[in-house]
Design a protein around this ligand. Structure first.
Ligand SMILES: Nc1ncnc2c1ncn2[C@@H]1O[C@H](COP(=O)(O)OP(=O)(O)OP(=O)(O)O)[C@@H](O)[C@H]1O
Length: 736
């Protein structure tokens, strides 16, 4: 490792985040980002949506899961019990949790452990370390050729040339939003948000997207990609048909995780503040019923995760994507990967072929093989600074975990967090289990901590993020569920407990810090097996001077190793308490469920069963070599679903309409229902009328595309985008 990087002296542990100097003018792309600026003007991105629903509880689906259990409560209870057992009131636990300089966090849990030796032990080692759980069978494969990508062949170059529009290179022609022909309500929102200047990806994307072109866009993490696609969508929607019968869903933004959807929804809502454009959030874990109600009102933009969107396409009778004009895939490389392939195909099938499609990611692929899945129409390739993969303000540090010393990882992590990185730290771990265990360890050591992974309820996930965002906790233990897209203000450090299996995964993780021109630091624990990935990470860094080798003193590690050893009994006990409590709550839930079933039996059985686009078997067969789950778990787990939409929890059997097209199926279902009511003709007429009146005109003119002869999509009414732009330009001239 020393071959590549500068070594950090162990005495210089404390890293001071430099305050942005007023005089210094970065001459890079980040210069266009205001380090002091943040999207979340309110400080809390959930305020808008939660505020609308008054309570988080109203917003989150209830009744299917037992009440969440708080690890902190269990630990607090245990502390009280231990104190009582000791009967030693004089020996109060030390009030001060902060360790003094040079001391490495000796705290009361050590003595507490001594009194706890009667607690029964679980067979498992509560402090699993690298390689001891969730082994990844494809480990070797995971060192994908990210860093050793072979040079493009001539044939590939030609394929790309034929597939993409003649490269519109990202230009800085637009150094201001004012020159982009944007309407007044959007300019006003941009000003309110403090967006005075477009970032390079925004400068490149907005004009192309306004012309209705398909876009494949890439720029480093934290460079403003979200606004790059939201701004043109909003601008184009301002020219949509309005009126009583014109309401229609015209844009869908697909993102891989629920948290990202919430964030994107928040950005969109803020940018649409001064318009009449309506957005709707469609994600798993939130109430299906209220989403159905929202969809019936035909919101202009839907921000969704794929699973829940498909659920609505198949099961919400009045909902379809027939009127869609723009489809956006954020974190597109992830969405195009095996884990999402079938879901994406099902959604794309439901969209009109004449739509505009935009794909974005910090690790965007321009592989034609991948992109053909999206049936793009001569997309423009907008890659900003493709050679650089990390933000300019990011310093990457690596801590070596020597061969045979893998068991020291936890001790190294705690030493780093006790001595150096004490707040605003996201810690990425490869599995949900490990994230939870580490959270217990941190809580036992009185380090304020939350966890974020797919084993939590949606309510817990949102709460954990909120507590971390507002600084109530210092550490967030996360799996790769949190690695992509999350924009949390003030994250100073990202620690990788283990090196992820793919370079893209690493880049997204470290991209949670040093966003929007700020400074940030990543610290990665590197084992012997990770050397190849280490090389790749360094190669893709912003510059060699931004890479450090950090040494944690051996004696500090040994000290924490000892403490952790003593803590093991306590960790097991907390986990056991937690398990018992979970079982108890589950039992209570079952009783309540049983009572409800008896009381509301007739109503429950009269509900139509929800359907899914694949059978359970198809789904299992469709799993690629790297499933969505494995991806989110960091490839080292073989566990069950994380971040999954609830629809596949109870995979429904293939229904009697299986094999029929979605439209025919919906029609048949309605007719069946209607036949029961004996009012077939009236309903058919109503359906026809509703469909006709809901058919909108297009919001713009995407470039003409060849519609296949056998394409089922109906010809779309085309109005001139150029005309709309012109109209908008004239209007703005008057207004500005
Ligand atoms: N024009 C702008 N001027 C100033 N700040 C901006 C501008 N556009 C975006 N930002 C800031 O950049 C931050 C990051 O934006 P965003 O989350 O869209 O990045 P991203 O490129 O999508 O990152 P990732 O690849 O991690 O998803 C936002 O919090 C916002 O504060």
């Amino acid at each position: 490792m020393t071959d590549y990087v500068m070594t950090l002296d162990s005495d210089s542990e404390d890293y001071i985040f430099p305050k942005p100097s007023k005089d210094s003018k970065p001459e890079t792309e980040d210069a266009s980002l205001n380090p002091e600026f943040t999207f979340d003007v309110s400080g809390d991105p959930y305020v808008d949506i939660i505020g609308q629903s008054i309570e988080l509880g109203d917003f989150v689906k209830k009744g299917t899961q037992p009440e969440p259990i708080s690890v902190d409560e269990i630990i607090a209870r245990r502390r009280i019990t231990i104190k009582r057992k000791r009967g030693d009131n004089d020996n109060e636990e030390s009030a001060s949790e902060e360790e003094s300089e040079g001391s490495d966090g000796g705290d009361s849990m050590d003595s507490a452990n001594k009194t706890n030796d009667k607690l029964p032990e679980e067979g498992d080692d509560p402090l699993i370390t690298f390689g001891e759980d969730d082994e990844d069978p494809n480990e070797d494969d995971n060192y994908s050729s990210d860093d050793e990508s072979e040079p493009e062949t001539q044939a590939e170059k030609e394929r790309k040339a034929a597939f993409f529009d003649s490269d519109v290179s990202p230009s800085d022609a637009h150094s201001s939003f004012l020159t982009m022909n944007l309407s007044r309500p959007i300019l006003k929102a941009l000003t309110t948000l403090g967006f005075h200047k477009p970032t390079p990806i925004q400068a490149a994307t907005v004009p192309a997207a306004l012309l209705g072109k398909d876009v494949v866009g890439g720029a480093v993490t934290g460079s403003g990609k979200t606004a790059a696609f939201i701004i043109p969508i909003l601008e184009r929607l301002l020219y949509r048909d309005k009126g009583k019968n014109a309401a229609a869903t015209r844009c869908v933004v697909l993102v891989p995780t629920r948290e990202l959807a919430v964030q994107c929804f928040d950005v969109g809502t803020k940018l649409a503040t001064h318009t009449d454009i309506r957005l709707c959030l469609i994600v798993g874990g939130l109430s299906v019923k209220s989403q159905e109600v929202a969809l019936r009102s035909r919101p202009d933009i839907i921000i969704a995760t794929p699973g829940r969107l498909i659920d609505h396409i198949h099961n919400s009778l009045s909902f379809n994507l027939d009127t869609l004009d723009v489809l956006v895939l954020d974190e597109a490389d992830r969405m195009l990967s095996d884990g999402f392939a079938d879901e994406l195909a099902d959604i794309v099938k439901s969209c009109p072929t004449s739509r505009q499609t935009m794909l974005f990611s910090a690790t965007m692929t321009d592989s034609v093989d991948e992109l053909v899945k999206m049936s793009l129409n001569k997309p423009v390739r907008l890659f900003v600074d493709p050679k650089r993969s990390t933000a300019r303000g990011l310093v990457q540090e690596f801590v070596r975990v020597r061969a045979g010393k893998e068991s020291e990882r936890s001790a190294i992590l705690i030493a780093l967090c006790k001595r150096t990185f004490k707040s605003n730290v996201i810690i990425f771990l490869r599995s949900k289990k490990l994230a939870h265990q580490m959270r217990i360890v941190f809580s036992l050591l009185r380090m304020k901590c939350e966890e974020l992974h797919g084993d939590l309820s949606q309510e817990q996930r949102l709460k954990a993020l909120q507590l971390f965002r507002d600084g109530s906790v210092d550490f967030l233990m996360a799996t790769d569920l949190a690695s992509r897209g999350l924009d949390i203000k003030g994250v100073e450090t990202v620690i990788n407990y283990d090196m992820p299996g793919q370079l893209a995964q690493y880049l997204h993780r470290v991209g949670r810090t040093a966003r929007a021109g700020r400074k940030g630091r990543s610290v990665t624990l590197v084992g012997e097996a990770d050397r190849k990935m280490l090389k790749a990470a360094i190669k893709h860094g912003a510059g060699e001077d931004q890479v450090r080798h950090r040494i944690v003193p051996v004696e500090v590690v040994s000290k924490w190793l000892e403490k952790l050893e003593m803590l093991k009994v306590e960790i097991s006990a907390v986990m056991r308490d937690e398990y018992e409590e979970k079982q108890l709550r589950k039992a209570e839930m079952e009783i309540t469920k049983g009572e409800n079933m008896i009381e509301h039996e007739a109503e429950i059985y009269s509900r139509p069963a929800r359907t899914w686009f694949q059978t359970g078997k198809e789904k299992a067969n469709a799993e690629g070599p790297i499933s969505k789950q494995q991806y989110e778990d960091g490839f080292f787990t073989s566990g069950k679903s994380e971040g999954k939409e609830p629809t596949d929890g109870n995979k429904p059997k293939r229904d009697k309409f299986a094999g029929l097209s979605r439209r025919v199926k919906r029609r048949k279902m309605i007719m069946e229902e209607d036949a029961e009511l004996g009012d077939e003709n009236a309903l058919n007429a109503a359906i026809r009328l509703a469909k006709k009146s809901a058919r909108p005109s297009k919001i713009g003119v995407p470039e003409k595309r060849l519609v296949k002869a056998n394409s089922k999509s109906k010809p779309k009414k085309v109005t001139s985008r150029a005309g709309a732009v012109e109209k908008g330009y004239e209007r703005k001239e008057l207004m500005l």
